[in-house]
Structures are given as structure tokens and as C-alpha cells.
Write a protein that binds this ligand. Structure first.
Ligand SMILES: Cc1cc2nc3c(=O)[nH]c(=O)nc-3n(C[C@H](O)[C@H](O)[C@H](O)COP(=O)(O)OP(=O)(O)OC[C@H]3O[C@@H](n4cnc5c(N)ncnc54)[C@H](O)[C@@H]3O)c2cc1C
Length: 496
């Protein structure tokens, strides 16, 4: 046990994990970045967190919350010397309130486990990220995660009613409430959603629930090369009656990669659109499937689409689109941008143009109904050209009226690009809020907010330090960036 781990244990902050184990288990997320935490803790409840925050403030040690560590931009990669707060074991059974269609959920509960608990009650929690088999509700809240069904139902923020959290001041807060409607000033609940563990540590979440449709089926539609993705997506998105709940896209490379593990569920050899349809009866479902297929034929998409009766299984499979590309593309940039749906073809073209300019292979999949694409550029993400590729992509999404992050968050990899989306007064407001909630800058420093003064967009940041090898390609160390100078050795005394 290191002196820091001993000090944490003495502070009574839950189970303490030593440095070696912490580095093995918590140094990475789904990005190429690598951090070297000094320890990790597994809190038993909010009181442990209050003590941890007090201890970390006194010793100026960064704290990084962690659910499943599945984020893709370094959101959960700890800076060197940080203490990781592992929420994955904080996962009691959800308290389901059937009459009010809501549930209190612990932050470590895995998204699909929540769905399993809700199924017998005829309810469901709509945001279903591709990572729903592993990602936690705490991580979903902190990144404002979304998924295929966000086309109809929206993102995590739309389904969180109330939150309990421990701020970086050590204070416990409860924001939001039990009712869907609230008109009591600015919405602090919404502020915590998407804050990537930089304002507070979320300890309890009251989610809103939807009535589970009686039937869900999905169409798997191969696209001929001449079909315009935008026209197809828009036509399905305008389908009347709120019956379409998801519109997903795989380009030919992504479809080929997924087909290899799809046991016939996804065809290879062409791009594919996947459409989920909700209905009440078998007859309604059959008629709906037939009329959508007819409409697609009228749009120049010939042939009979495949019908997938188990839409949940299809989304679990679709969530593997990224990992399925590992063999073909290897180390790569995995991006997440969105534009208004009428500009999806323009975004697709600009992705291809960037790939051509840099001589790269690119695979693209995503939630096309939301105008949200995930281009995967086959390039060493730690290499010098990767920053230009990312900068060009994010700038083109903004130029098309879109966003630099649709659902994954900002993390360490995109924080220097934040000025593309937030003007200077808005950024200053965000910094002010950060100072109020986290006066010592101990909560996930180096994520989300760019360092002051704002760096020019273009260079990957928060990934300073030297490449240190890993996962077949190079990994970059996530450098500590607590604004007022954290000390890696947490047992040292605070300067007076
Ligand atoms: C194969 C794959 C598919 C994916 N598909 C999608 C997708 O379709 N949609 C999507 O939105 N994302 C997707 N993701 C990204 C990722 O899974 C999501 O961002 C997810 O919400 C992260 O959850 P997590 O539990 O892994 O959080 P982590 O990665 O552990 O943490 C994410 C962020 O949340 C913070 N955090 C975690 N717990 C707490 C807490 N209790 N309090 C405060 N802050 C906390 C962390 O500090 C970090 O900033 C995918 C990732 C993979 C690997």
C-alpha cells in the first residue's frame, strides 16, 4: 500500500484500490489515451464521497468518476496521480414507481440491466447507447448519452427527472424533482447532465420511463450505391404516426465488418439502413413493414428488406459496429458529429473529402435519423496528422450547422475545439460555474473545458506527455491539469 492509499484508507472513503491495480484497471477508457492514477476508491455511499472530496481538496488531488470506462474521448481517463472513483459496484436494484412512471437508479447500474428490471412492468428507459450492455447510468448521465431510439425519444437529459450529487465543494445537492413539469428558474438538473464529472459526483438518478410498445420490429435495408442516404433518411423520418423509433446507418465497410459476426442479420456488400418500427398488434406491424418497404422502393431502394423481430438484439449488434472495425481499420479516430438531417449528404461528402485529402480509409456508421454520424478514420490517433483530421471534421460539422459532439461528450480529445461551439461569453460562464461547483478544480481536470487561455482549435489537448505505447498503437498520457496545481502525492499538505 502506498502512503497515498494509506491516507485514503485513514480518511474513510470506502474500499481503497492500490496504485498497481488502479493503473491496470482504470488507466484507460475507449480512447487511445493512457492515465496513471495513484489509487482508486469504491465508495459505499454519499458520505464516503463527501469525505473523499474534503480530503482531495485539502491535498489538491484530482478525482475522476468512473462507471464502465467505455467513453471514447478520454472522458474517464484519469490524469497522472488522480484518484479514480469506481461507481460500478454502486448498483442496487432500481426503485420502480410504476404509477408515476419513474425509477430511482444507482449510478453504477448498467443500462441494459435497468431495461431488464423494467420489462415486467411494461415500461422502458429509452436512451439506449450502443454500449448499453456495459455502460452505467452515471456515465450515461455525465455524457448525456443517446442511442438508436433517441430519434423518437431524445437523449439522456430528456429522461432524467432528478439527481443527487456531491459537488466539488463537498456539499450534497438534490436537483430536479418528481414531476415532469417544473418552472422554478434555470434547470440545475440539466446542467449536471453532460458535465462529465467536472461539477459533481452523481450518487442517485430519478429517471422518467416510457410505456414499452407492445411490438417492435426492425427493417434491415440494403442501400444500392446510387441511393441518396439523406433522401432515404428524411423520408423515413417523416413517417406519420410516431411509429418510427430508430433510423440507423452502416456504410459498406461497416456493414461488411458487422456481417462477419451478425449470423445473417446484417447483409454484406452494400451500405445498410436499419429502421425500428413500433406497433400495437401483429396486423399493424405487418402493414407498417410493408408500407415502409413500398416507400423505400419508390425512393429507388429495390428488393425486400430483411425483417428483424428482436429489435433489442439488433441494437446490441449495431452497438458492436465500432469494435467490429478493429480488424479492418486498426488504430483510428472514432468521431461523433451531428448535423440537421437535411445536411446529412453534405456531411457524408465532407467526411469523404477529408479522407481523400489525407489518403485515409474511412468507415462511417451512426444514428442517421438524428443526423449523427461516427466517422472512423484509419489513422494513428496519437500521431501528428490525427489532430488535423479531427479539426477538419469538427469544423465542417459546425459549418453545416451541426455539433462537434452529438452524444459521446468532449472529454480530453475535443476540449480545445469547444470554442467552435461556445462563444467566449458562454465559455466564461461555464468556467464560472466550474469555479462555483469545484473551487479547487479537483473534479476531472483536463476534461471538457480547455485550459485558460483558450488554445487555438486544431491540436489535441489534455493528452500531453509522451506517448507510452499500448493497445497495438501508441497511447498518449493524460496529463494532470488541475488549474491551481494538484500534487500527485496526495498526502502532502495544502499550501496556506
Ligand atoms: C462500443 C461502444 C459503443 C458506444 N455507443 C454509444 C452510443 O450509441 N451512444 C453514446 O452516447 N455513447 C456511446 N458510447 C460511448 C460511451 O459508452 C458512453 O459515453 C457512456 O455513456 C459511458 O458510460 P460509462 O459508464 O462507460 O462511463 P465512463 O466512461 O466510466 O465515464 C464517462 C464520463 O462520466 C463520468 N462519470 C461516470 N460516472 C459518474 C458519476 N457517478 N458521477 C459523475 N460523473 C460520472 C466520468 O468521469 C466520465 O467523464 C459507446 C462506447 C463504446 C465503447
Amino acid at each position: 500500500m502506498t502512503p497515498l492509499a494509506e491516507a485514503l484508507r485513514a480518511a474513510g472513503v470506502g474500499e481503497v484500490v492500490d496504485e498497481r491495480t488502479a493503473r491496470e484497471r482504470y488507466g484507460r477508457d475507449g480512447s487511445h489515451l493512457l492515465g496513471r492514477p495513484a489509487a482508486a476508491v469504491r465508495p459505499r455511499g454519499p458520505d464516503d464521497l463527501v469525505r473523499l472530496v474534503g480530503w482531495a481538496r485539502a491535498h489538491r488531488v484530482p478525482i475522476v468518476a468512473r462507471g464502465a470506462g467505455s467513453s471514447l474521448d478520454g472522458e474517464s481517463v484519469p490524469p497522472d496521480g488522480a484518484v479514480v472513483v469506481d461507481f460500478s459496484g454502486w448498483a442496487g436494484p432500481p426503485e420502480i414507481d410504476v404509477r408515476n412512471r419513474s425509477a430511482w437508479v444507482d449510478p453504477g447500474v448498467v443500462n441494459r440491466e435497468l431495461d431488464r428490471a423494467l420489462r415486467p412492468h411494461g415500461l422502458f428507459y429509452p436512451p439506449n447507447p450502443g454500449s448499453w450492455t456495459v455502460s452505467t447510468l452515471g456515465g450515461n448521465v455525465a455524457t448525456n448519452a443517446a442511442g438508436p431510439r433517441s430519434f423518437k425519444y431524445g437523449s439522456t437529459r430528456d429522461w432524467v427527472l432528478e439527481l443527487e450529487a456531491v459537488l466539488g465543494t463537498g456539499e450534497r445537492i438534490r436537483v430536479g424533482g418528481a414531476t415532469r413539469k417544473r418552472s422554478v428558474g434555470p434547470d440545475l438538473r440539466a446542467l449536471l447532465v453532460g458535465s462529465e464529472g467536472t461539477l459533481g459526483l452523481v450518487t442517485r438518478i430519478r429517471v422518467r420511463l416510457a410505456l414499452r410498445p407492445r411490438r417492435r420490429a426492425a427493417l434491415v435495408v440494403p442501400l444500392p450505391p446510387e441511393a441518396r442516404l439523406g433522401a432515404v433518411a428524411e423520408a423515413i423520418a417523416r413517417w406519420p404516426g410516431e411509429r418510427v423509433s430508430a433510423i440507423e446507418y452502416l456504410d459498406r465497410i461497416s456493414a461488411d465488418a458487422l456481417a462477419a459476426e451478425a449470423r445473417g442479420r446484417v447483409p454484406s456488400g452494400s451500405a445498410v439502413v436499419l429502421v425500428e418500427l413500433e406497433s400495437a398488434t401483429e396486423e399493424e406491424e405487418t402493414a407498417l413493414l410493408a408500407s415502409v418497404a413500398d416507400r423505400l422502393r419508390a425512393l429507388g431502394v429495390p428488393g425486400d428488406p430483411l425483417v428483424e423481430p428482436d429489435a433489442d438484439e439488433l441494437w446490441t449488434l449495431r452497438g458492436r459496429s465500432g469494435p467490429a472495425l478493429d480488424g479492418r481499420l486498426g488504430e483510428r479516430i472514432r468521431e461523433d458529429v451531428a448535423v440537421p438531417i437535411d445536411r446529412i449528404d453534405a456531411l457524408r461528402e465532407s467526411i469523404d473529402a477529408i479522407a481523400r485529402r489525407h489518403g485515409l480509409e474511412v468507415a462511417v456508421f451512426g444514428h442517421v435519423g438524428d443526423g449523427n454520424l461516427h466517422p472512423n478514420f484509419a489513422i494513428d490517433p496519437a500521431g501528428p496528422a490525427a489532430a488535423s483530421v479531427r479539426a477538419e471534421l469538427l469544423a465542417s460539422a459546425r459549418a453545416l450547422g451541426g455539433t462537434i459532439s452529438a452524444e459521446h461528450g468532449v472529454g480530453r480529445l475535443k476540449r480545445d475545439h469547444l470554442p467552435l461551439e461556445l462563444d467566449a461569453p458562454s465559455l466564461a460562464l461555464l468556467r464560472g460555474l466550474k469555479r462555483l461547483c469545484d473551487p479547487d478544480g479537483i473534479l476531472n481536470p483536463g476534461a471538457l473545458l480547455p485550459d485558460e487561455p483558450t488554445a487555438a482549435p486544431g491540436a489535441d489537448s489534455g493528452a500531453g506527455g509522451s506517448p507510452s505505447g499500448g493497445r497495438g498503437g501508441r497511447s498518449r498520457r493524460a496529463s494532470p491539469t488541475v488549474r491551481r496545481g494538484p500534487r500527485a502525492a496526495g498526502h502532502r499538505r495544502r499550501r496556506s
